[in-house]
Design a protein around this ligand. Structure first.
Ligand code: HEC
Length: 122
């Protein structure tokens, strides 16, 4: 196979597997938006202004979950893993659609290092 063909195959494969910048930006927007994920109400997330701290900071997610589907399952219905949780069951209660959840999952999965909560100047 010619090198150019091999490259074309590799690029199209990575386009299927890796979320685009646009998809990550949409996932971030869905996570931050008050009437969508509103994850900042309870979680410190990189770039998030005035986050709450009811839940743990969303960092180093790939180290904590075996796969994106395991992460999705928690966001879909955290009560399936902890019956006492205060986290809303985003999928079960249809707060987010399955497609929106996939975008949120890809974004949350991309969060790696430590993060400092940012506060607005009042
Ligand atoms: C009302 C508060 C609340 C909201 C809103 C919320 N969560 Fe949570 N979340 C929690 C709590 C509390 C935990 C700790 C574990 C538990 O109680 O189930 C948690 C745990 C998690 C975890 C596991 C973290 C770890 O380090 O183990 C992830 C991932 C997560 N939440 C993602 C999200 C995402 C994504 C959103 C928005 C779509 C969100 N959460 C919205 C309260 C919330």
């Amino acid at each position: 196979m010619k090198l150019s063909c091999l490259l074309a195959v590799m690029i199209s494969l990575s386009a299927c597997v890796l979320p685009s910048k646009q998809e990550l930006a949409t996932g971030k927007q869905l996570s931050f938006q008050r009437n969508k994920g509103n994850c900042l109400a309870c979680h410190v997330i990189e770039d998030g202004i005035d986050p709450g701290n009811i839940g743990p900071a969303l960092i180093e997610i790939p180290q904590k979950f075996a796969s994106k589907s395991a992460l999705k399952a928690v966001i879909w219905d955290a009560s399936a893993f902890n019956s006492q949780t205060s986290m809303p069951p985003f999928g079960r209660n249809k707060i987010l659609t399955s497609e929106e959840l996939d975008l949120v999952v890809n974004y949350i999965w991309s969060l790696s290092g430590a993060v400092q909560p940012v506060s607005k100047e009042w």
